[in-house]
Design a protein around this ligand. Structure first.
Ligand code: HXC
Length: 263
């Protein structure tokens, strides 16, 4: 991996660090692909019970999507790039374990969008959020038009996205973007403390709570339908009828089901 670092902080907490210091951790295609790979791995790793997402260095969490890469994109490339961001942000939003953004500096454009795909944000007193895309002739494309309002409400989300203005830590706390602010030097300690506290609870109960709390978001309706399918599928495995049905197929005979509706 070139620009995503996976670290483990015991017990049960993973740290995912975006690391492209030469571009203030800006997200290019390679970084997003690496992020997807790391998040997918974490999602299926039952030893990980909480995740902290942060940026390498003190200056930036993520200074947005990579403007140099976006500059000459065609429409089709832009659509694909946005979808790639959606794939990464959906992993953060939907994985069955809490994701916490530890925001340590500039979180602009795609940086804010990754932070708000996490379950909540802990910010350093140096954090600066914003959706400056309209100033680049684009819009937030990694889910910001859907998710920002979940944190700050529609009128404020509109004001921030239409104006592109920056939001410092104090304001972020006041408007509900950040759950808490801590001195920059304490940011990771505090984020890990919160993550470890969550990791010591029942992982199955926390996963159920996350699923329900996230389910109320309109933005993930489709994902939750698919998730419900997977849940129902999983619940059928190990039943008498599933074993009989698959055994009968292998033995080339008709199944003799015993299960009743509602079992
Ligand atoms: C590419 C970036 C970058 C970015 C910073 N850099 N942000 N490169 N994409 N988003 C690079 C700079 O070009 C520079 O490279 C180096 O990082 C340091 O940045 P400076 O600008 O010199 O630092 P500073 O003056 O301290 O300003 C920090 C900053 C500024 C305020 C964060 O860099 C900035 O405004 N960045 C862009 C923020 C932004 O607009 N983000 C939204 C992008 S659109 P060199 O080589 O010169 O040292 C977006 C859309 C998402 O995110 C959805 C897509 C579908």
């Amino acid at each position: 991996m070139n620009s995503v670092i996976l670290e483990s902080a015991s017990p049960g907490v993973a740290i995912v660090k975006i690391s492209r210091p030469q571009a203030l951790n800006a997200l290019n295609t390679e970084t997003l692909l690496e992020l997807k790979e790391v998040l997918t791995k974490i999602a299926y790793d039952t030893s990980v019970r909480a995740v902290v997402l942060t940026g390498d260095g003190e200056k930036a969490f993520i200074a947005g999507a990579d403007i140099a890469e976006m500059k000459d994109m065609t429409m089709a490339e832009g659509v694909r790039f946005s979808q790639l961001g959606h794939e990464a942000t959906k992993l953060l939003e939907l994985m069955p374990k809490p994701t916490i953004a530890a925001v340590n500096g500039f979180a602009l454009g795609g940086g804010t969008e990754l932070a708000i795909a996490c379950d909540f944000i802990i910010a350093s007193d140096k954090a600066v959020f914003g959706q400056p895309e309209v100033g680049l002739g684009i819009i937030p494309g990694f889910g910001g038009t859907l998710r920002l309002a979940k944190f700050v409400g529609y009128p404020r989300a509109k004001e921030l996205i239409f104006s592109g203005r920056r939001v410092k830590a104090e304001e972020a706390l006041r408007i509900g973007l950040a759950n808490e602010i801590v001195p920059a030097a304490n940011l990771m300690n505090r984020a890990l403390e919160v993550a470890q506290d969550i990791a010591s609870q029942s992982a199955t109960a926390v996963a159920a709570a996350k699923r329900l709390l996230t389910e109320f978001s309109e933005s993930v309706g489709l994902n939750f339908k698919l998730d419900s399918e997977a849940q129902s599928f999983g619940q059928l495995l190990g039943t008498a009828d599933q074993r009989e049905g698959m055994t009968a197929f292998i033995e080339k005979r008709k199944p003799a089901f015993v299960g009743k509706q509602g079992d």
